[in-house]
Design a protein around this ligand. Structure first.
Ligand code: GDP
Length: 445
């Protein structure tokens, strides 16, 4: 969803890469580019203004580590500011002291409320809750039916007016659902309310009446991220008409420019709590500002890695390591050893590997890494001849035995190391093709 914004920001950063230091003119030019990138992504003007002002101020103040190059400094500042406008910390759901916890969903028709009710129910059930879905959208002809389908898919119970009983009063349904939940020991109640195609008084009044009748622990404003600038107007109208505690962004899988995501928190002062990224119940999760910023800037936790690297060794060494990592060219066992020793100085290896972009799927292997293994590996490599280190393919039968004897390990351990090295080499290649490290020598773009 943020492709355009990502691309534009990345190109801003790469134009800075060659600079030794940033002049005021460079900062102004960069700020202008960032402004255009945000406006093109449909971010609301007041948000853009604030954002750019902060970036400028901080870039001028150069409060960031002097050891970072200008591009890295700007990446870091922009990243921090993105996290800030997205709300900083993850805002978790607040549960009532005395169950049931009541969640009320409000938003325009088509925003994705009913779908969200099912998603929330599934998500809550996974965490051991017993949710009840309540159908208070009695206007849209098949809304009750749609909610029942969602509930069934989520394995949750549903509370709805009896069919054939006329239309029913949504406020009354909401009130009775709380009694029902208490009797049936549901600890979370999710109330799906009616939406309209546009903002109108009647819609606001009904939502406000339901709110007053059930006193929800959380009113969640549900907004379709694809509606662009309208998201801000709608959010403001719901803020004034009903009030809400948190925002749920839906359809983040769409190809829109995503400005809503970046504006709504700043404009309403309410945190984004959840994000929906598809039509299936599992396309849903709690919203994490830092992860979202990372996705927009497309760089994993590379910033932390840069920072940690800096604490441990100088720029030249860091750049050398990064470029070897990024190119995957001529990667030998000597490099493997050298890297391992550098990395060893930076702290527990698990933490470092976890920060590399693209390492998410390798979590399990990473968890098995033990720092003592590294010392044994180092001993094995040191028992090899220079020829063997640069051409590990030649390490066969008798060579393996000799190396094992020399380093005091078994032949199997030598075998394993060679296999692991080839895997690492393959991974380097893959990284250099698919995901170089933006802002670093040899990186993508
Ligand atoms: P409601 O009127 O607010 O209850 O909205 P619905 O839950 O009926 O959703 C409207 C449409 O949007 C449906 O076709 C949903 O399948 C679809 N939808 C809901 N959430 C998402 C999402 O996160 N991504 C995508 N692509 N579609 C969604």
């Amino acid at each position: 969803m943020f492709e355009t914004l990502s691309d534009r920001l990345t190109s801003v950063f790469s134009s800075l890469r060659a600079k030794g230091r940033l002049s005021d003119a460079d900062i102004d030019a960069t700020a202008r580019e960032i402004r255009i990138a945000l406006l093109e992504a449909d971010v609301a003007l007041p948000v853009v203004k604030d954002f750019v002002a902060h970036v400028k101020e901080r870039a001028r103040g150069a409060e960031v580590s002097q050891a970072l190059n200008p591009a890295q400094q700007v990446v870091k500042i922009v990243n921090d500011e993105l996290i800030a406008i997205l709300g900083g910390e993850t805002r978790r759901l607040r549960y009532a002291k005395n169950p049931p916890t009541v969640l009320m969903l409000a938003g325009l028709q088509g925003a994705g409320k009913t779908t969200l009710a099912g998603k929330l129910a599934r998500w809550l059930r996974e965490q051991g809750h017993v949710p009840l879905l309540v159908a208070c959208d009695l206007q849209r002809p098949n809304a009750v039916q749609q909610l029942s389908v969602m509930a069934e898919r989520a394995g949750a119970a549903v509370f709805a007016p009896e069919p054939g009983n006329g239309v029913g009063d949504p406020v009354e349904v909401a009130r009775r659902s709380i009694e029902h939940a208490t009797r049936q020991q549901h600890d979370v109640v999710i109330i799906d309310t009616a939406g309209r195609l546009g903002i109108d008084q009647e819609l606001m009044r009904q939502a406000a009446d339901i709110r007053d009748a059930v006193r929800p622990d959380e009113v969640l404003f549900v907004v379709d991220a694809m509606i662009g600038q309208d998201a801000v107007t709608t959010a403001q109208a719901f803020m004034d008409g009903v009030g809400f505690d948190g925002v749920v962004l839906t359809k983040l899988d769409g190809d829109a420019r995503g400005g809503a995501a970046l504006s709504v928190r700043h404009i309403t002062g309410r945190p984004i709590m959840f994000a929906s990224t598809g039509e299936k119940l599992e396309d849903f999760d709690a919203f994490h500002p830092d992860r979202m910023a990372g996705r927009i800037l497309d760089m994993g936790d590379i910033l932390t890695l840069i920072e940690q690297a800096q604490k441990t060794f100088d720029e030249a060494e860091a750049a050398k390591m990064a470029s070897k990592l990024a190119s995957g060219e001529g990667f030998t066992l000597d490099d493997f050893l050298e890297q391992m020793m550098m990395v060893r100085k930076m702290g527990p290896i698990k933490n470092l590997l976890g920060m590399m972009p693209g390492m998410g799927q390798m979590r399990e292997q990473i968890n098995q890494v033990d720092d003592k293994d590294l010392d044994r590996i180092a001993a094995i490599i040191r028992s090899m001849t220079p020829g063997e280190r640069s051409e590990p393919k030649i390490i066969k039968g008798s060579r393996r035995e000799r190396i094992a004897r020399g380093s005091g390990v078994t032949v199997t351990e030598v075998n394993n190391l060679v296999i692991r090295f080839f895997e690492a080499q393959k991974m380097m290649k893959r990284m250099s093709q698919g995901m170089g490290i933006p802002g670093m020598p040899g990186g993508r773009r």
